[in-house]
Design a protein around this ligand. Structure first.
Ligand SMILES: Nc1ncnc2c1ncn2[C@@H]1O[C@H](COP(=O)(O)OP(=O)(O)O)[C@@H](O)[C@H]1O
Ligand SMILES: N[C@@H](CC(=O)OP(=O)(O)O)C(=O)O
Length: 555
């Protein structure tokens, strides 16, 4: 059954209404937060076929464009115009044929825009590919075809092309290659980070091929690109690669050059890059398509970067934790970065960097509810009435209390402690220090959301015990309060009241160096209820009137 595209609504232009800017000065507190660099991927690489050039000429008959030249829809008028926005759609936005058709319809509601489209893998494809890979390691070659997650990936993609009325050839070669790869993993009984990245890359490679083919089918001229073929150059840190500077001119040259020569909507794989030393496919960390979008935005100097999700924007907390979360209409890049770093799944932690450097507004929108205004993220915003912006909860955190055995002075002690974390590539979230002790929380969001494994913990404790007495505290949670530190007294006072009322014992408090966040570490079992109580106090009671009352008093 072919799904008809929704009829295009009247054209709307997405003009950001940026509130007047004000400088947000911040004051320091006693404690501070920091992080070490991201943890390096480990393990030996399994050699697999070089993937970086293998896919370019499929799905569209060779030159990247399916079907006849466009006759209608986007691309009819003014094709010579410059590319204007990035529109990134996450996995939840393109989880089925119906959703792909909806998204195509949504793009058509902005006929005045010249978008670069960035797509994630369909639905839960990345997770399913990872699980399939893990199962392949232990199941034996002859059982690969029975792996449930692999069958889910295969049937979802076949069903999607069928329902969109596309030929199966759009993805058939990729599905064949994927099965071969899983068999290779089964044969080797090994899934290295490098192979794992290669494996998951098929998700984005397939979703973009399908979407681009569908746009062409409905006569909207589109061209598919694999990010690793158009200049996304990264570090070789598989699973968590970082974009290198060379990416910007390379991507700009390729996308802009093709657009000038033969305009067609670029449909680019999110999440993927090419390691500068290895030449292999890399991934940018979970949720990395947001970073692909902002990188393209900066590379091409576009007017706006839109990230389309399944929520009405960035919310005052994770709606899965507390359903009464509200949309935050405006954020600064700094606030958004902090929120993402402290675990709000809605944005990739690195994604604000290119947008901030290029000073390009980022708009977070809901593809299921396009009329909702969403969240606009810019360099500055009016902070006058802002107390708290958002509450972020990170569960299952491990904490270490490290007390010096006084073999070293304070300076040497801290240096040694952090050298041990660096040597073991352990990422630290929050830190609180006194002269002879330091408490740290360790980052639980490891590669592919794997928890910090016991063996690694034992190792770090063993090393630290050479210079200190160490107490390991598990099942802790970090509650980060992202807000206006101009209002830190009010935040502290209100938080204190909530804590007293709820009887929750806080084990550590840490203030971020950027001073837009404060983190509380509590026991996991207390965390959810505390988030709810804090949300009620900050977002459901009349906090603003308190700010105004206090300003009046001060005035
Ligand atoms: N503060 C928050 N605001 C909005 N969404 C949040 C927040 N914290 C966590 N989330 C979760 O993030 C999800 C959206 O992010 P993500 O799954 O990465 O979207 P996509 O895959 O569409 O890019 C939401 O469905 C929500 O469950
Ligand atoms: N597909 C990748 C990359 C990504 O950005 O996904 P999403 O936009 O659905 O969070 C992941 O699941 O991590």
């Amino acid at each position: 059954m072919a799904i008809p595209v929704r009829s295009a609504a009247a054209p709307r232009r997405l003009v950001p209404s940026i509130p007047p800017a004000s400088s947000g000065h911040v004051r320091g507190l006693a404690c501070f937060g920091t992080r070490t660099g991201p943890r390096g991927a480990r393990g030996l690489s399994m050699v697999v076929a070089d993937s970086t050039s293998r896919r370019a000429k499929q799905a569209d008959g060779g030159d990247g464009v399916l079907g006849a030249p466009v006759l209608g829809g986007l691309g009819m008028e003014g094709l010579g115009d410059q590319l204007s926005v990035v529109m990134k759609f996450g996995g939840s936005s393109v989880s089925s044929a119906a959703r792909m058709a909806e998204v195509a319809g949504l793009i058509l509601t902005f006929p005045e825009e010249r978008p670069v489209v960035v797509l994630s893998a369909m639905g839960k494809t990345t997770n399913n590919l990872l699980l399939a890979g893990e199962k392949a390691v232990g199941c034996g070659v002859i059982h690969v075809s029975e792996i449930e997650e692999w069958n889910m990936v295969k049937s979802l993609h076949i069903k999607t092309v069928d329902e969109l009325g596309l030929p199966r050839s759009v993805i058939q070669d990729m599905l064949d290659e994927l099965e071969q790869l899983l068999k290779g993993i089964a044969m080797m009984k090994e899934l290295t980070p490098r192979t794992s990245d290669y494996l998951v890359s098929f998700g984005e490679c397939m979703s973009t091929r399908i979407f681009s083919a569908y746009l062409n089918k409905i006569r909207v001229k589109a061209r598919q690109y694999d990010a690793f073929d158009i200049g996304f150059i990264t570090t070789d840190e598989f699973g968590n690669a970082d974009i290198l500077e060379a990416t910007y001119p390379a991507v700009a040259k390729r996308l802009h050059g093709d657009w000038i020569q033969d305009p067609a909507i670029p449909v680019v794989t999110g999440f993927l890059g090419k390691g500068w030393k290895s030449g292999a496919v890399t991934t940018l960390g979970r949720g990395g398509s947001d970073l692909t979008a902002t990188t393209i935005g900066k590379a091409l100097g576009l007017r706006e970067i839109q990230v389309w999700k399944d929520v009405d924007g960035v919310l005052t907390c994770d709606p899965n934790i507390y359903p009464h979360a509200k949309t935050v209409p405006y954020l600064t890049f700094e606030e958004a970065t902090e929120l993402a770093y402290f675990g709000a799944q809605v944005l990739h932690p690195q994604s604000m960097r290119p947008a901030r450097e290029g000073d390009i507004p980022v708009r977070v929108k809901n593809s299921y509810n396009p009329k909702a205004p969403g969240t606009l993220i810019t360099r500055q915003r009016d902070m006058d009435k802002v107390v708290l912006t958002s509450i972020v909860l990170k569960s299952n955190v491990t904490m270490l209390d490290i007390v010096s055995t006084r073999m070293l002075g304070q300076y040497g002690f801290l240096a040694r402690v952090f050298a041990i974390f660096e040597d073991l590539c352990i990422s630290v979230d929050c830190v609180a220090t006194s002269e002879v002790s330091v408490s740290v929380s360790l980052d639980p969001s490891k590669i592919w959301s794997r928890e910090l494994i016991q063996q690694e913990l034992d190792h770090v404790v063993e090393e630290l015990e050479k210079i200190a007495i160490v107490r390991l505290l598990q099942q802790r949670a970090i509650i980060s309060l992202i807000g206006n530190v101009e209002q830190s007294s009010l935040i502290l006072e209100k938080t204190g009241r909530v804590l007293r009322k709820s009887g929750v014992n806080v084990q550590m408090i840490s203030q971020g160096a950027s001073k837009v966040n404060m983190s509380l570490i509590v026991h996991d079992s207390d965390a959810k209820a505390l988030v709810e109580a804090l949300h009620q106090a900050f977002f459901e009671d009349d906090v603003l009137s308190q700010v105004e009352a206090e300003n009046l008093l001060v005035g």
